[in-house]
Design a protein around this ligand. Sequence first.
Ligand code: SME
Length: 302
Amino acid sequence: MRNIVENHVEEMLEFLRYDKSQWGNIWEKLKSKFSILGEIEKSLGTPNFDKLERRNFDKFLYDYRELVGKDSIAKRIRQHSKELDLKREDFITFLGVFPKSVDWIVVEENEKKVVFENLYSLWEKGELNKVSEAVFQSIVHFRKGELMGNFYNKEKIFEEINEFLAKKEKDKSFMKCICEILYEKVPYYDWVGFYMINDEGVLELGDFVGEPTEHVKIKIGEGICGQAADLKKTFIVQNVLKETNYLSCSPKVKSEIVVPIFKNKEVIGEIDIDSHYVSPFDERDKKFLEGICSMVSDYLDK
Ligand code: SME
């Protein structure tokens, strides 16, 4: 059985041992060795070797050896393989170099899907140190059926949103504004809304962005929202199909995160986020959304 992650970066950089005039020929040789390169060319076009500079590849190779060499890239994919329902036989991840600005692309080889990870493109964007995360992210998107994409840096997105909200006037549109900016800026947040505890002690839908939901009122303990309020803690469900106490809003939803809003240690409401991806959330989402909820708590206090 093939490995889930195959690293061919050094082999692909073989052309660096030759004069630049030979690079086109070496590329042809590489294409006969790795048939997927021909497939990638069909989508991205042939690299223009005349325009590429040796010193960039040299720098890339230096950084690659520093940053990637010993990284265990397959670890995170394996950790989440249950939720992702990925079988080793279904696909492989191929780490390589393709001098075009696309971070990952899916091609087929002998009826097997290959997720090609373009480390050169990641390097050009200054994100090579995020390679493990970039690979995992591409698998999450591939699992949804996407065939090409670029890495997005969660930390940067969360930082930008925090900066924007810190400056934003805290008027009555504040909670709606949070829904809108989260929905717009985070690629895998596909429904964002607030449920607040009403006079009857039930969670009631407030501001939201995304498709309308039939779950306008949710009892404490019911569904993921009700459980988060009941247990007073953040709930992450990476694959809703594997959760029994779950209220479905749409078959498109694959995962969910719910974070309570506290006032004097009591839950007064929560933020609920649905995603169309399996396993897109991690500790950073939790921390970021807990920060948003504490901002909302302060706002409601005034
Ligand atoms: N899925 C939620 C219900 C609310 S919707 O996601 C908008 C739950 O299980 O509580």
